[in-house]
Design a protein around this ligand. Structure first.
Ligand code: ADP
Ligand code: GLC
Length: 474
């Protein structure tokens, strides 16, 4: 089975969040079970600089905005995963992140940038593909690829497509005036089409035109059919309920392996946990926290966004410190939250370390060196940090939502609270602190957490079964 996996991020080349982790690992897991899966990525500077074995394939004509682009073929640097890259320097070769400039503002031409990317995905999956490899199926991810199923369907192509929602909060909504630029027929600007409250929504296009829809946990697949977390798409998602499934993400168990993690000063495993204590001491030293091995150390790693419930952490921070706890936070994002955590750190030197920035090595060292991981997300499609925490014996405290609810067992591998309020979080933190003080109970929880298996193989088999069922009905 030949699968073209279109995504705007994939680690280790380019990452802003969990989408990159999934795109870096799921296609590899699919190949490991015998599928011919290949990635399609935009040619951001980091992608062009980081990939290997680059060869030109062809020029791409007929793109939105008459953009000039070339298709390249290459491989991932670490595992040889085959890639196609849309090389369009005027769109992708620029400073800043994949979606925003250095100042944190969206690139003004994002509609064109991702219309072109989606269009190329559709062209490669079409019957007259310029490749000597014809995909049986196009797998799209998030709004950046949302127009691809629309281009395919509206041009009468029959290659089936899947739209995977990693986060319904990001929808790629642009003014209606972009309709002619992206080159969709005017009739598609309708409720039964790409129209969303008077604007053009790339995500809605994907949700409407793709043959099947998936999201990254079973609970989130249920939650998004209802107004509370449906972000305005609940109507469409419930209508398409029969085509929507939740497949839980896995984790890359080689990248996230405490027994073999090059980012850690000491290694450890479920059976031999002494190294974890040493990682904690080293982390305290590195982050200027008091060198106290009994102080419960709370880790937080997140995009600083409303979704992640960081204001709830700010609200319980005093309580944690009062009980002798320490907090190590790593994150970047909303300026107000960055400032609030900086202030908290300045107010409590030795007890709170706020590192504002993006640092992959430190994210591994916080997972390894913390005792407890805080993840009070208001909603969480899957969440990966709670899974890394489980594997690193760092007991997660999570809100019962989406993938958090599906992966953390209350009182067994972590602490789960029902309402996204500071009070409910505090009660769960209190339970965690009591358990932490009971060495036997804590050891039992750590062992249970570390023994859970979240490797990709099971999820890859579920995607395989879905692909097969689609090709049978196609
Ligand atoms: P989301 O995709 O919503 O951000 P996930 O939990 O699925 O949430 O994935 C987040 C990923 O990004 C994890 O791999 C996490 O370690 C990483 N991450 C988030 N913020 C940072 C940061 N400041 N530095 C390093 N890694 C980060
Ligand atoms: C999104 C979600 C996160 C999920 C990730 C990968 O960014 O916010 O919950 O784990 O995508 O699917």
């Amino acid at each position: 089975m030949r699968i073209l996996f279109a995504t705007s991020e994939a680690r280790p080349l380019i990452k802003t969040g969990g989408l990159a982790d999934v795109s870096g690992a799921l296609p590899v897991a699919l190949r490991a079970i015998g599928l011919d899966c290949r990635l399609l990525l935009p040619g951001y500077p980091a992608v062009i600089a980081g990939c290997v074995d680059v060869k030109p394939v062809c020029a791409l004509n007929g793109l939105p905005g008459d953009v000039v682009a070339n298709l390249l073929e290459a491989s991932m640097p670490d595992n040889g995963m085959p890639l196609y890259i849309v090389d369009a320097p005027e769109l992708y070769q620029r400073k800043g992140g994949p979606y925003q400039d250095i100042a944190g503002h969206d690139h003004p031409d994002n509609a064109l940038r991702f219309a072109v990317f989606s269009k190329v995905a559709a062209m490669l999956a079409a019957s007259d593909t310029p490749l000597d490899w014809h995909p049986d199926l196009l797998h799209c991810n998030d709004w950046q690829t949302g127009l691809a199923p629309a281009y395919l369907r509206l041009s009468g192509e029959t290659t089936p497509s899947i739209m995977t929602v990693h986060n319904l909060a990001y929808q790629g909504v642009f003014p209606r005036a972009n309709m002619s630029l992206v080159g969709l027929p005017p009739e598609s600007f309708a409720i039964d089409g790409v129209e969303y409250y008077g604007s053009l929504s790339f995500l809605k296009a994907g949700l409407y035109y793709a043959d099947r829809l998936t999201t990254v946990s079973p609970s989130y697949a249920e939650e998004i059919r209802l107004p509370a977390l449906g972000m305005g798409m609940q109507g469409l998602l419930s209508t398409r309920g029969a085509d929507l499934v939740g497949i839980l993400n896995g984790i890359d168990t080689e990248e996230w392996d405490p027994a073999n993690d090059p980012h850690l000063p000491h290694k450890f495993s479920a059976r031999s946990r002494a190294g974890k204590q040493r990682c904690k001491s080293k982390l305290q030293q590195d982050l200027n926290l008091e060198p106290n091995k009994d102080a419960p150390l709370f880790g937080v790693i997140a995009r600083l966004a409303h979704q992640k419930g960081l204001d709830l952490i700010l609200a319980v921070a005093d309580g944690i410190l009062h009980r002798g706890g320490q907090i190590a936070l790593l994150g970047t994002g909303e300026k107000v939250l960055e400032a609030a955590f900086r202030d908290l750190g300045a107010l409590h030197p030795g007890q709170v370390a706020s590192v504002i920035g993006y640092d992959e090595g430190l994210s591994h060292r916080i997972e390894a060196g913390s005792d407890i991981f805080l993840m009070p997300s208001r909603f969480e499609p899957c969440g990966l940090n709670q899974l890394y925490s489980l594997r690193y014996g760092t007991i997660p405290v999570v809100h019962a939502t989406g993938g958090l609810k599906d992966t953390v067992e209350d009182g067994v591998t972590g602490f789960v609270f029902e309402e996204p309020t500071a009070h409910a979080l505090w009660l769960a933190v209190d339970r965690a602190l009591r358990a932490h003080a009971d060495k036997k109970a804590w050891k039992r929880m750590m062992r249970a957490a570390m023994s859970r298996d979240f490797s990709w193989e099971k999820s890859a088999r579920e995607y395989e079964a879905l692909y097969r069922s689609m090709l049978e009905t196609a």
